[in-house]
Design a protein around this ligand. Structure first.
Ligand code: ZN
Length: 310
């Protein structure tokens, strides 16, 4: 199985307002809404996908905006930080921009030889901008106020906070092909040599930490990439063999998914690169209209009426 996992596919979090969420990610961060659809398991709720122009795996942050839901609590058993890659020399631009838009941030600091700026979205979701020594050649989505040389490229890494880290580390290294590349006090960095981007994962060990609770402003799950269904089934069989409870394959229209809980309590997904977001609308039109899976089309009128304006 090592070699089948290629890095992060997407990360899914919960928001408390569709409108505020949409404004922050498209306007302030300049990401593209690549798909506007609903939560297939709860069609009264949007599912937004933000990414680069085509919604490439490794650039996709997705949200279920549950209007008015309580805020979650950061803690163990969760993805506690989502990091985006920006080009070198971009921090000043983003500091000014965050100041102008009233975004809460910390001044940049150094970590693992990279420049990191921590900030939060309107629901308190912890995000980071990271610029590292290697150039990130992914093509960013471009909006008026953000020049290409500073635009967000896609994910850099994600941090998981765990009570203990060994069992999760074993899953990453022995099964998912990650290699431990750095260690600093209680933070361990793993890198996946099979993917060029969004291939880093930090495990933060917090033995006395409080368990997190998933609600507004927290991450629901994190998905790893595989190229196709065959690789996904291979991964599934292997995980089942190791004693994990893995869901059957689920049809997500833009990819296929399996889910399981890793030993530290974080919900993991393995999602396919295929078929991608251009399956039901042209790349130039991505995210403009509400897309529903075929089985929800008969309910379109009711669904549209129940969804808030953005
Ligand atoms: Zn997912």
């Amino acid at each position: 199985m090592p070699g089948k996992i290629l890095g992060i596919h997407h990360i899914t979090a919960i928001a408390t307002s569709a409108k505020n969420n949409h404004e922050f990610y498209t306007k302030v961060l300049g990401l593209r809404l690549v798909k506007k659809t609903v939560n297939f398991d709860d069609p009264g709720t949007y599912h937004f996908y933000y990414g680069n122009e085509t919604g490439e795996p490794g650039t996709l942050l997705t949200f279920f905006p549950w209007e008015g839901i309580r805020r979650g609590r950061l803690g163990t058993g969760q993805v506690t930080a989502v990091s985006y890659s920006v080009p070198k020399g971009s921090m000043k631009f983003w500091l000014d921009r965050f100041g102008r838009y009233g975004v809460i941030y910390n001044n940049p600091s150094e970590r693992h030889g990279e420049e990191v700026m921590v900030f939060v979205d309107p629901d308190g979701l912890k995000l980071e901008l990271v610029s590292g020594p290697e150039e990130d050649d992914r093509k960013p989505w471009l909006v008026d106020e953000i020049p290409a040389e500073h635009a967000i490229r896609g994910f850099h890494n994600a941090a998981l906070t765990l009570e203990g880290y060994e069992a999760t580390a074993r899953l990453l290294t022995e099964e998912f092909g990650y290699v431990k590349v750095a260690e600093h006090v209680n933070r361990f960095r793993f890198e996946n040599p099979n993917g060029r981007h969004a291939n880093k994962r930090d495990l933060v060990c917090l033995p006395s930490g409080q368990r997190g609770s998933v609600a507004g402003g927290s991450v629901h799950h994190i998905a790893f990439r595989v190229a196709n269904s065959e690789d996904q089934m291979e991964v599934r069989e292997r995980l089942v063999g190791l004693g994990y409870n893995v869901t059957p394959r689920m049809e997500r229209n833009y990819f296929k998914s399996i889910y399981f809980r890793e030993p530290g309590g974080v919900l993991f997904e393995v999602a396919t690169d295929e078929p991608g977001f251009a399956i039901d609308e042209d790349v130039s039109e991505l995210g403009r209209s509400l897309k529903l899976p075929e089985w929800l089309e008969p309910q379109r009128k009711d669904i549209e009426k129940a969804l808030p304006e953005i």
